[in-house]
Design a protein around this ligand. Sequence first.
Ligand code: WTA
Length: 644
Amino acid sequence: MADANVYPPSAEFVQQANVKGIEGYRALYQRAAEKPEEFWGELAEQELHWFQKWTHVFEWNPPFAKWFPGGKINASYNCIDRHLTTARKNKVAILWEGEPGDQRMISYQELHRLVCRFANVLKGRGLKAGDRAIVYMGMVPELPIALLACARLGITHSVVFGGFSAEALKTRIQDLEAQVVITCDGAWRRGKEVRLKDAVDESLTDCPTVRDVIVYKRTGGEIPMQAGRDHWWHELDEGVSEICPAEELDSEHPLYVLYTSGTTGKPKGIVHTTAGYLLQAHMTMKWVFDLHEEDTYWCTADIGWVTGHSYILYGPLSAGATTMMYEGAPDFPQPDRFWRLIEKYRVNIFYTSPTAIRSFVRQGDQWPNAHDMSSLRLLGSVGEPINPAAWEWYYKVIGKERCPIVDTWWQTETGAMMIAAMPGAVPLKPGSGTLPLPGVIADVVDLQGNLVPANREGFLIIRRPWPAMARTLWREPERYKQQYWERLEGVYLAGDAARRDEDGYFWILGRVDDVMNVSGHRLSTMEIESALVRHPAVAEAAVVGKPHEITGQAVACFVTLKKGAWGDRHALAEELRKWVGHEIGSFAKPEQIRFTDALPKTRSGKIMRRLLREIVTSNSVTGDVTTLEDLDVVTRLAAQHDED
Ligand code: WTA
């Protein structure tokens, strides 16, 4: 592997690393592959606090797994209480900066008080283990505080990203049959207030299960409060006890549900449980982020996505880290906000997305170069494939060729990192997630399940259960089975195309299903199509991902209209774009809307998305079109210019 594009760790990095050298990695990997029960059992005992030990490590009734059955545990206790008897008690747990520049530093002891108080607030509203809370907040410390309070009592939380619209919020509240919604009056984004509570009010028109709405005051904007239903956080919290013991919950108690886009119009409620999830989030923090006691660690994700759950909240706090949170936009008030934050707080480990990196490249090197970022020692990337050019820029301009970059492949469904380098052990190749982590048996296969030869494209699969795996889809166990485990008997089909090179390194090539990845956010083509056809002007819609220089992919829509006078096409395209924003959220707004007389379909009536993808990519069509109903349509679409 002595080629120019391989970056082995420096001797200096190896020396201080938690896992040293490739032998260190191989020993762990081999042990986990050969003796998974011993491997995970020992880690569970050493690394987590148990109220009661489990009876066995895992139970596997494909595709349903249980990890550490018989055990009693609490995630909130593991993230807070157990650190209070150590030197970490006065360590900063959450280091926060608001978009306007306000700061908070919450120690583990302070976090304990805040979480206990809010857990008592929830108790006071009659909430208990097994109930569900929808959390729709901006990036303020009260968001993780609310989640830890839920976890403390066994209330299953479900965070809905603040960028989702009232409509999207409503379907999630209804699906989960939540008893409580926890929100903010608003959040700051590029100096403007995002009115979260208004969206909650709009969503609650048809949600009979919701008894209470708890509102944390962040922006101070005027909001209506509905008597009996809506309560201010600070009022409920007044005079509440700071003592609230953590519930002793089963290992498999559902910690959270997180909705993610699937291949149908209906989002999937990914269910994560407690012990296995926490263990893998905790271990990957140590292995992949090479976490040390003195590190200041910053993951720039939003807690509305799984990355924020596992690597702002549960992983870092369980491991006793200082985890940083920033409320606002990366380019506010100027494009150097992130670099300013790194300099100011002397951040050591920085984890962000390829889309963010590509937009930094575009803004120019003068922004990072104006800051002293010599505190950085490790960089990370997640959410989408990182192109080698962006990798090289990140390595040189941000890391000054000193910091390894861990490119981490995982999914909402996997709960924690699966393929990623241990930075003191595994030589890096720009654009590759490198090797699977201990306990992860990954392969690249064809549709018959046969291994494909080195460097050939195939489907990424995982062969054995892993601790943080999704247990099911919320109230849809059949869909869980069918989506991930049936196409190839007994193995987990990730939905990504990949290849493995001659060194066994994994190169993730992107989704193979009808899921797009826009700025690292998963969007379903079906979900956007269903939103479009709900508009009175639209007869049919087909949505595909279009390659995009910054966001990886962008949303491109082909729309046929119902008969009628729909006026100016540009105005209608703009209206449809807004409509999708209203139905799903502004981050799902299409970049391109093309009107057409008909969509290309096979004789059986299936829309030929492959052709549409070719059209948006190259404006031409090649390959087999013999099954097309009306070939004319394709030629016309390809010839037509964008309606934009
Ligand atoms: C993609 C985010 C390439 C992939 C943690 C996956 C990646 C989907 C990487 C999951 C990576 C995530 N390299 N592709 N390092 N990380 N992906 O559920 O297509 O929001 O299936 O989880 O993002 O997205 P999700």
